[in-house]
Design a binder for this molecule. Sequence first.
Ligand SMILES: Cc1cc2nc3c(=O)[nH]c(=O)nc-3n(C[C@H](O)[C@H](O)[C@H](O)COP(=O)(O)O)c2cc1C
Length: 384
Amino acid sequence: MNGNRFGRLFQVTTFGESHGEAMGCTISGCPAGLELSEEDIQRDLDRRKPGQSMITTSRGEPDAVSIKSGVQDGYTTGTPIGLVIENKDARSGKYEPFITAPRPSHGDFTYSAKFGTRNWGGGGRSSARETVNWVAAGAIAKKLLARAGIELKAHVNQIGDVEAPEVSFEELLAHSEENDVRCAHPETAAEMQALIEDYQEEGDSIGGSIYFEVRGVPVGLGAPRFDSLSARLGQAMMAVPATTAFEFGLGTDAAAYSGKERNDDWEFDDDGTPTPVENDHGGIQGGISSGEPIYGEVTLHAPTSIPKPQQTVDWETGEVVDDAQVIGRHDPVLPPRGVPVVESMLALTLVDFLLLSGRLNPDRVDGEPGEYETEYHPSNPRRE
Ligand SMILES: Cc1cc2nc3c(=O)[nH]c(=O)nc-3n(C[C@H](O)[C@H](O)[C@H](O)COP(=O)(O)O)c2cc1C
């Protein structure tokens, strides 16, 4: 079954299972001449990696990325970029009780029913371990976006019933990485942390949501109807494991707004260009970017793997198991590790649209096709 490739021009094809030998991906369609090192990718992988704090799973993965192809002398070559991240700390024993008894609300039953196979170690391909590949590819997309003047950031804006007040983009940039929760509002972050710890102590878990914002997106990205920017962003975000909702602009709050309240009036800016007075539309109108900041929210349910006893059934013995405890190394809450995942899916979606719109040269980041002496071939022995 397919479904392992994301993107049309900036194509990411991923592989790997939670307890397999390695995770990895191929990125085809990255223009040549982008300065790229393993450190550039590692920075974001370290933000997603397990074991980074007391409110993440204690699985001890270094998540060290190795670039296998597509980069020479520190610059992309325009050929497929191959990335591998080895799995170093897989322990399958704790999953044995669930070989023939599906964990409640995980992908165990549906994967088994669909494929007729059971990769029970860590959930196999259904595990969010897969998102390590998305973050690795997303780090490259972010570098391309930065060259185009596009900047994006996300933070955790809700855990359980604790909600953060609105924060500015500058606050997002400055504060969201300052605490373990990844909430840019420090007082709310402390409340969220305490709430997560309460659920953790009870052997339970809790849901939450992630707010994202993008600055510098040009007018005109998106191909209505079915490849509209909102439709493609929806696909990207709904692919994030445990996501139950994606919204942009006012999102579900829009239901309570009248037309007059929600509509953004037009005015001319200093150059005489039509500009919306406000941005309740969230940077997308008619499925096309308006040039205003794109912002929205992604909701993730509570992690399903909890030590609290739950009921399941063993499809081999026919028994009902009413004290199934998913004991192992699991996240008690998902948004803190989900922040780099959401940022990556945003970046991958936007870079694809930039390439499709012709705003990014698909062959090389600088220069024109046909010029064969370029500054990013420093290893050329005949070069002065
Ligand atoms: C970064 C990240 C880490 C996750 N870690 C866990 C985890 O430790 N335990 C768990 O039960 N679910 C975890 N999940 C969610 C599961 O992968 C997800 O619930 C499962 O694959 C079933 O898919 P569904 O919830 O979308 O139906 C994580 C999700 C993300 C985005």
